[in-house]
Design a protein around this ligand. Structure first.
Ligand SMILES: [Zn+2]
Length: 226
């Protein structure tokens, strides 16, 4: 998959579900005035197109690849639904993930309303670090502005402060985590709460290495790598 690739778009049917084996997908919501904000991220812990668990309905959000090097197993929605009906263990994993995804959305809504932009950026960086699994995140200020629902200059000011504090290192188009412990120390409670929702025992694809993925075993052989 390539960066900025849309896996589904608002208003269009969700034709496939994607089980990420690496990287990060951003779920965004566009408003009538054209403003856009990220409402969730999905990495190896979950799947893109979780609405497909409830049947085929038009998407109300957009799912876009945000990190180069992202990979996934893609499954047509019809095959996904058939496997849910055929395999009780698969159904149970997806059912639990769908509920955790909802809980994550509730936590995100509270965080956006009650916590500072600095805290929200810190939480996002820590979560992305967990899901991407490397220090270089390859993300731009424009994308972080979408993540936080703020203007780009606001991101520049905050990211500059983080850099001067030795938390991150900014290079052309790339952001490197330098001091993870420092980020954890100043983050709001939402990071640990959200992390607890996706402990390995209740994840879809596992939070360790791709070869340890449980979904490789559970998915039918016709699931395609993309
Ligand atoms: Zn928070």
């Amino acid at each position: 998959m390539v960066r900025k690739q849309a896996l589904h778009k608002a208003g269009a049917p969700v034709d496939h579900v994607y089980f990420l084996t690496g990287g990060l997908v951003s779920i965004t919501k566009a408003m009538a005035d054209g403003s856009v904000i990220e409402v969730a991220t999905v990495g190896r812990e979950g799947l893109v197109g979780v609405g497909g668990f409830y049947g085929q309905t038009p998407a109300t959000d957009q799912a876009s690849v945000q990190v180069s090097g992202s990979d996934a197993l893609r499954l047509p929605l019809a095959a996904f639904s058939a496997e849910l009906n055929r395999y009780a263990a698969f159904y149970e994993i997806i059912r639990r993930y769908a509920f955790k995804f909802l809980e994550q959305a509730v936590q995100d809504a509270a965080c956006t309303a009650l916590h500072t932009v600095e805290q929200r950026l810190t939480r996002w960086l820590l979560t992305a670090h967990d899901r991407i699994g490397r220090d270089d995140l390859h993300i731009t200020h424009d994308f972080l502005a979408t993540v936080l629902g703020v203007r780009r200059p606001t991101v520049t000011i905050i990211a500059g402060h983080f850099q001067r504090s030795g938390l991150i290192d900014l290079r052309r188009g790339s952001l490197r985590i330098v001091n993870r412990a420092g980020l954890e120390a100043q983050c709001c409670e939402c990071y640990l709460t959200e992390k607890g929702l996706h402990e390995p025992g209740i994840s879809v694809a596992g939070t360790a290495k791709p070869h340890e993925s449980r979904i490789d075993v559970l998915l039918p052989a016709d699931a395609a790598s993309v």
